[in-house]
Each structure stands twice: as C-alpha cells, then as structure tokens.
Write a protein that binds this ligand. Structure first.
Ligand code: GFB
Length: 337
C-alpha cells in the first residue's frame, strides 16, 4: 500500500541532512500530514517522550533517519555516543511504531555495516560474514542491531519494517565541521577556505587511495519514498550510485569545483579507514530505481549550500555529538573501575 497525500508521516531526524531531504521530497510529492519535531521538541533517546509522541500522533508511516553520525575521526573519538545514542533512538522508535500499529517503517542503515574485507561490489547477503572496519565498529554494530530489530518485529509480529543501506551521503544540511564531518563536506570547507586565502597547499587525510561511493542526499530521499511505496521486503536494500573513486580523485573534483589552484598533499599519518565499500545495486535496480545526480553536479549543489549557509547547519554535527558527552540530568556518574 502506498502513502496517500493525507497519510500521517513521521520523519525521525527531520532536521538532519537525510531527514530534511526526505521532508523536501514528501512536500514536493504533495504529502500534507508531515510530523517532524526537532530534537529539542522530541528527544528520540528518551523512551517515555517517544512513546507519548507515538500515542498522540499515531504515525502511519515512519522514516527512521535520525542518528548520531560523523566521519572517521568522530567515530574514533566518540564511540560510546555512537553506539549508545543510535541504539536508543532505534529501540525507542521501532518499539513505539510497533506499539501504535504503524503501517510501515523504513530504517536507514549504512554501508559500514558490511565486513571490512567484503568482496566488491558488496551484495546485501554479505552482512555478518566477516569482521567490521574497526574505525566505525560501534556505529556499525548499532546499525546492524537496527536491521535485526526490524527483521525480528517482522518475524514475530508480522510488521512491515524495511531497511535501506545507503552509501556515503552528502548534500544540503551536511556537517561541514573540519574534524568531525565526513570527507566530502570537510573537503568542501577546506578547499573553499584555501581558495579564498590563495593558499599554496591543501592537506587531505590518509593516503588518498581508499575508494568511496557518494550519493547526493536528494537522490537518497527519492529512493526512500520509492522503497516506502514499492518495497515490502524481505531483506535489506543497498542504495547508491554503483560508482566509486579514490579520495585523491574526489579531492581533485572538489578542488576544481571550488576553484582552488594550489597543490594537494596527503597526510598518511591520518587513518584511511576501510579500503573500499562499493555497493552492489542489482536489487535496487531490479526494483526499478536509479540515481540521477552525477558526483560533479552534486558537489556543485553542495558547494552552493555551503556558500548559502556559511557551513553552519543547525541540528547536525559536532554540537549535537558533544552535547551527548555530558552526563544527562539525573544520571549517575560512576567512578572508573
Ligand atoms: O567520510 P569519512 O570520514 O568516513 O572518510 P568513512 C572517508 C575517507 O576520506 C577516509 C579520508 O579514507 C579518510 O582518511 N579523508 C581525507 C577525510 N580527508 C578527510 C577529511 O578531511 N575528513 C574526513 N572525515 N575524512 C564513515 C563512517 O566512514 O562512513 C561512518 O565513519 C559512516 O560510520 C560513513 O558509516 C558513511 O567513509 O571512512
């Protein structure tokens, strides 16, 4: 059954990069009953608040796009936040969607759920066939738990909770923080600032050799609506472009788009992370969906967003991650063992 124009639709994470793109796409599609409280209006890590929200609003369709996310450095620095907050958000949202009889839920995972040394391109069935990439293992374990939550509710209670696994994403409302963001927005900022300052050189982390696949977030949003309307499982579905490039090649495109004229230097003392994670898209393509935005077009659009916002995107990034490092009100702070 497809979403109707007046269906009650909850976008969890609606102020983040992915959630805001899903909202834009829903609005463009004529959907009028959209529920997207900000994190200050509804803290998804608060189980009682989430229950109250679901019982009051009774969403029929749920896009679970809320997560604590970050790049390779943030994952290494805040592992406890990445695993705890994501498990809480997923448990609370999925349980409440079940308890209030949601028609369908779409959970968004990540391509980092697959084994570090998975054969390329990565097919959905490679999940849990080998060890994970250590730099983002806590985040990946939380996302794998999200997939298993959905599958378990489906098996035990006959719910319709499906999971999509997007590749690396970028676009409007990205986190341009130079330390904690993902590589693409971090490079947009670094190359822009270097171009402005007419700097001779820009440093890119790692060897430049890892390969990554990037999907423009509005394309992901389109895929999410497609899956919500058309796909009833079984199994997870990869979402990407099916094309990847080295970090060095990515840096060259970003440099060109922002008009940087100097040299690019690689700092091999910084971690490379997983060598490659190119998704196999046979399943998604067979269902009838393909991306439309090329990497160069997408980077130009992302750069336009960066220039418009000055790289300040509320609701995402380091502020929200670091806020979670503080003990919660009323929480007991245990001494170290
Ligand atoms: O985007 P990123 O942080 O995450 O890094 P992952 C991708 C690659 O870009 C790594 C290199 O090889 C980095 O060394 N890189 C070069 C940089 N310069 C920079 C820079 O300035 N900033 C950053 N961040 N990287 C993430 C996971 O892995 O993928 C998350 O940590 C999530 O959990 C996400 O799953 C999709 O692609 O390595």
């Amino acid at each position: 059954m497809s979403m109707q124009s007046d269906s009650r639709i909850f976008v969890a994470g609606g102020s983040g990069m992915v959630g805001s793109a899903i909202l834009r796409r829903l609005q463009a599609g004529g959907h009028t009953h959209l529920l997207a409280p900000s994190s200050s209006e509804l803290d998804l890590t608060d189980q009682s608040a989430v229950r109250r929200f679901f019982h009051a609003e009774r969403p029929e369709y749920v896009f679970l796009a809320a997560a604590v996310v970050g790049g390779i450095h943030a994952n290494a620095t805040y592992p406890a936040d990445f695993i705890t907050s994501n498990l809480e958000i997923q448990m609370n949202t999925i349980q409440s969607a079940f308890a209030t009889g949601a028609t369908k839920l779409l959970f968004l995972g990540s391509s980092c759920i697959y084994p570090r040394d998975a054969p390329q391109p990565i097919r959905e069935e490679y999940l849990l066939t080998g060890p994970l990439e250590p730099t983002n293992e806590p985040y990946a374990v939380a996302k794998i738990a999200g997939i298993k939550l959905c599958e378990s509710f489906n098996r035990q209670f006959g719910t319709n909770f499906v999971s999509a696994m997007p590749t690396n994403l970028y676009g409007p409302n990205d986190n341009y923080d130079p330390m904690n963001g993902h590589v693409l927005p971090a490079l947009v900022r670094r190359f822009h600032e270097a171009a402005q300052a007419k700097a001779a050189e820009v440093t890119v982390w790692g060897t430049g050799e890892p390969r990554r696949e990037f999907l423009y977030v509005d394309d992901l949003a389109d895929a999410c609506l497609f899956l919500m309307n058309e796909y009833d499982g079984p199994g997870i579905v990869n979402v990407g472009t099916g094309e990847d490039q080295t970090i060095a090649e990515l840096a060259a495109v970003v440099s060109d788009v922002v008009g940087f004229k100097g040299r690019i230097r690689f700092d091999a003392s910084k971690p490379d992370g997983t060598p490659r994670k190119l998704l196999d898209l046979s399943k998604l393509h067979a269902l009838g969906w393909r991306h439309t935005t090329t990497l160069r077009e997408g980077i130009a659009l992302a750069y336009g967003d960066y220039l418009r916002t000055g790289g300040r995107t509320p609701g995402t990034g380091v502020d929200s991650v670091e806020a979670r490092l503080q003990p919660r009100a009323g929480a007991e702070v245990l001494p170290p063992p």
